[in-house]
Design a protein around this ligand. Structure first.
Ligand SMILES: Cc1cc2nc3c(=O)[nH]c(=O)nc-3n(C[C@H](O)[C@H](O)[C@H](O)COP(=O)(O)OP(=O)(O)OC[C@H]3O[C@@H](n4cnc5c(N)ncnc54)[C@H](O)[C@@H]3O)c2cc1C
Ligand SMILES: NC(=O)C1=CN([C@@H]2O[C@H](COP(=O)(O)OP(=O)(O)OC[C@H]3O[C@@H](n4cnc5c(N)ncnc54)[C@H](OP(=O)(O)O)[C@@H]3O)[C@@H](O)[C@H]2O)C=CC1
Ligand code: HEM
Ligand SMILES: [Cu+2]
Ligand SMILES: [Fe+3]
Length: 433
């Protein structure tokens, strides 16, 4: 999705002077249908921004106490009569229950703030559905990208942008003004056909974390089981020693750095695979397979989870009663933490190599022939580092850099024979920097 057009605000400086027929945004009465979380936060925000607010509820008496006293809470039909801009803070599933209001809503602006629970769950967007239920009203899509929490806590933190779309320019302008008075930055997303895209935006945030979180949990489970066998089950079977007390702290604290470490290397592995693919096909214009594309896009989240596990490990370790021999390790790991990224990967690996080397050949360390966790965690990171070193060899690096600037192997082959005109004497001419 291109974000370029999201950056420009809809209005310059919230000027309303030019329109004689339009009441100045602030001081206007705004309606809110529904009395849920979003409606409440919206009402608070509107009141704070100087608007008069009328809330329409099916049960105004019971809900009135939830709203600021400056907001009027009344029956749906009553509320709608008092205003011509109404926020519909009701779930899509309940839109049809509002149909009785169609007459009073005629000619007014309805703002659809709804989100979806699944991407493209319905054929048409919620806003288009609302518009089809109320053909005499004007529907504007907006505000769904801000959460009830952001509305209440103010737009200072988090996203200040409010994406708006509608088929009616005038209505869109009115809603944009309201957003601006409320302290948001309205962004014009064009006509109603953009509503579906706008509704799916909040959902995209979750899938970005889904795969990395499952990955981290999966790794955690694997390493946990592995360490459990080595640290608890093995002593129990071989020496009849009960070491269950080790589970909550020691086993977890051995598992966390391993997960963190492997996750960190998984941040760099897709870049290596990308380079392999580009070198193999000799072009950067060939689309990667979907899994690699997904992986490249999830690197940031994987990296953050890795950092999170390392931080948790650090907290665990610092809270543990520390043996003297661990001081040395502590200093070293503290140094490790200060330099994040690829350097951290290399340093962690060097550290683990030196620390794990002696263990790798010590037979006592092989419980049930299972190598120490250290040795195991080294596999992926070492692959990544070796690959990175190989790719930094001048000849390969040069080729990779050329590919990433647009040079293509295919074209090189095609033009390698000097043509009659001598125009393409070398492959270099086809690289466009
Ligand atoms: C979501 C996503 C999808 C992608 N899909 C494709 C695809 O379908 N097909 C395809 O061929 N590529 C694709 N790319 C690859 C992209 O163009 C980069 O070549 C690749 O991601 C580089 O790997 P990296 O991020 O690990 O590189 P980094 O680790 O960031 O960089 C590795 C080295 O290469 C250098 N480098 C990186 N990019 C460039 C550049 N553009 N010009 C010069 N030097 C550079 C860096 O300076 C560094 O030295 C995709 C990238 C992403 C994020
Ligand atoms: N919560 C959030 O952070 C965000 C919510 N949204 C959107 O805002 C809308 C409302 O969300 P939210 O406030 O969280 O939901 P709630 O469930 O908290 O509130 C929904 C409200 O709808 C009203 N309503 C009207 N008709 C019906 C009906 N037939 N059945 C049930 N309720 C009805 C109810 O008010 P009453 O009983 O007074 O009539 C109820 O309080 C949704 O479309 C959601 O997607 C968008 C962005 C963020
Ligand atoms: C302040 C920060 C840190 C402190 C105080 C710390 C402390 C410790 C301690 C005490 C141990 C021994 C645990 C045991 O054997 O039971 C340990 C092990 C380990 N630490 Fe850290 N650590 C820190 C940060 C990190 C970081 C950032 C990494 C890298 C991701 C890391 C990777 C490891 C690894 C791989 C082990 C070995 C686990 C095993 O026994 O198999 N540590 N750390
Ligand atoms: Cu886009
Ligand atoms: Fe949709």
């Amino acid at each position: 999705m291109s974000r370029g057009d999201m950056a420009k605000p809809l209005l310059g400086h919230g000027s309303t002077e030019g329109d004689p027929g339009v009441t100045p945004a602030s001081g206007r009465t705004i309606g809110v249908l529904g009395s849920g979380d979003f409606a409440r936060s919206l009402a608070i925000r509107l009141v704070c921004s100087g608007f008069k607010v009328v809330v329409g509820s099916r049960n105004p008496k019971r809900k009135a106490s939830l709203f600021p006293s400056a907001a009027e809470v009344t029956f749906q039909a009553e509320a709608v009569k008092k205003t011509d801009v109404i926020f519909v803070a009701v779930f899509r599933e309940h839109y049809s229950t509002l149909c009785d209001l169609a007459d009073v809503l005629a000619g007014k602006i309805l703002v659809d703030v709804s989100n979806n629970t699944e991407i493209n769950h319905h054929k048409e967007s919620n806003a288009e559905y609302l518009a089809s239920l109320f053909p005499a009203s004007t529907v504007v899509k907006g505000f769904n990208v801000v959460s009830a929490w952001t509305l209440q806590s103010g737009a200072r933190d988090g996203n200040k942008q409010v994406l708006i779309c509608s088929n009616n320019q005038e209505a869109k302008r009115t809603v944009a003004e309201i957003a601006q008075v409320m302290g948001f930055t309205p962004v014009d997303m064009g006509c109603m056909s953009s509503a579906c895209e706008i509704e799916n935006i909040p959902l995209r945030l979750l899938p970005a974390w889904k795969i990395p979180i499952f990955l981290a949990l999966g790794l955690f489970l694997c390493f946990f089981t592995y360490n459990l066998i080595r640290q608890v089950i093995h002593p129990f079977i071989r020496e009849q020693k009960n070491k269950l007390y080790k589970i909550p702290i020691e086993v977890v604290n051995t598992t966390l750095p391993c997960v963190s470490y492997v996750l960190l290397s998984l941040v760099y592995l897709p870049g290596v695979l990308a380079a392999c693919s580009q070198l193999y096909y000799g072009t950067k214009y060939r689309r990667f397979p979907d899994w690699l594309d997904q992986w490249l896009q999830h690197r940031k989240q994987i990296g953050l989870l890795s950092f999170f596990c390392a931080a948790l490990h650090a907290v665990y370790s610092l809270c543990l009663p520390m043996r003297r021999s661990h001081r040395y390790l502590l200093i070293e790991t503290a140094v490790k933490q200060s330099s994040l990224g690829f350097i951290a990967l290399v340093v962690s690996t060097l550290h683990t190599l030196t620390y794990g080397w002696s263990r790798a050949f010590d037979e006592n360390q092989y419980k049930f022939y299972l190598p120490p966790t250290y040795t195991l965690t080294l596999l992926v990171p070492c692959t990544v580092i070796i690959a990175k070193v190989i790719f930094s060899l001048p000849c390969i690096r040069h080729r990779l850099l050329r590919i990433r600037r647009g040079w293509e192997k295919g074209r090189y082959v095609k033009f390698v024979l000097p043509s009659a005109t001598g125009e393409y004497s070398s492959g270099e001419t086809s690289s466009n920097v």
